[in-house]
Design a protein around this ligand. Structure first.
Ligand SMILES: [Zn+2]
Length: 182
């Protein structure tokens, strides 16, 4: 059930998030799925709201393309979560763009959406604190939300990924190859 989030000007200033979401879905433990528009760009948030309405810095915001990649990965994530719930060995990871990855991995009972970075001179990516770890129950609620959010945020239907451009070069695309290993 979508709920409206209403913010006063002062509350908005606390997080620099000007919220007039067209869609908002509680996915559990104070975490919500909602949209925002900043400088004409739409972002999809998975973020904790204080008192069910005040955005906190605890969460993530995805561009439309990255959200679309997350959407594309849902059926794979479902399979990975199912395997985990059956105590089977599981590893799934998908690059959403800009070093953001979604992953499900044995040993960690969560769906993790997180930005990584490649330190100068390093060959392996490292996780940053920018991310959310969702319980499987939260993931299922997120999934439900993502399956209807485009009715409220129709520009999600118009996403044309960078790699759909015939001149796209994956190695020079900052979205697809944000950091180059040495
Ligand atoms: Zn690209």
């Amino acid at each position: 059930m979508a709920t409206r989030i209403q913010l006063t000007e002062d509350q908005t200033n606390q997080t620099n998030l000007r919220l007039t979401p067209r869609y908002s879905q509680h996915i559990g433990k104070e975490v919500y799925l909602f949209d925002s528009v900043f400088n004409g760009n739409t972002y999809i948030h998975v973020r904790k709201l204080l008192n069910n309405k005040i955005p906190t810095k605890d969460g993530i915001s995805l561009t439309l393309q990255r959200c679309n990649e997350l959407f594309i990965s849902l059926s794979y994530l479902d399979s990975a979560v199912n395997l985990m719930e059956l105590n089977q060995e599981t590893f799934y990871r998908r690059h959403l763009g800009g070093n953001w990855h979604v992953s499900v991995e044995s040993g960690f009972k969560c769906v993790d959406i997180r930005q990584f970075w490649l330190p100068e001179g390093a060959s392996e990516m490292r996780a940053t604190r920018k991310g959310v770890s969702l319980t499987f129950q939260q993931y299922k609620e997120l999934r439900n939300g993502l399956s209807v959010i485009d009715s409220f945020v129709p520009e999600l239907r118009d996403v044309v990924p960078c790699y759909a451009d015939p001149t796209h070069d994956v190695t020079s695309c900052s979205e697809c190859t944000p950091s180059k290993p040495v």
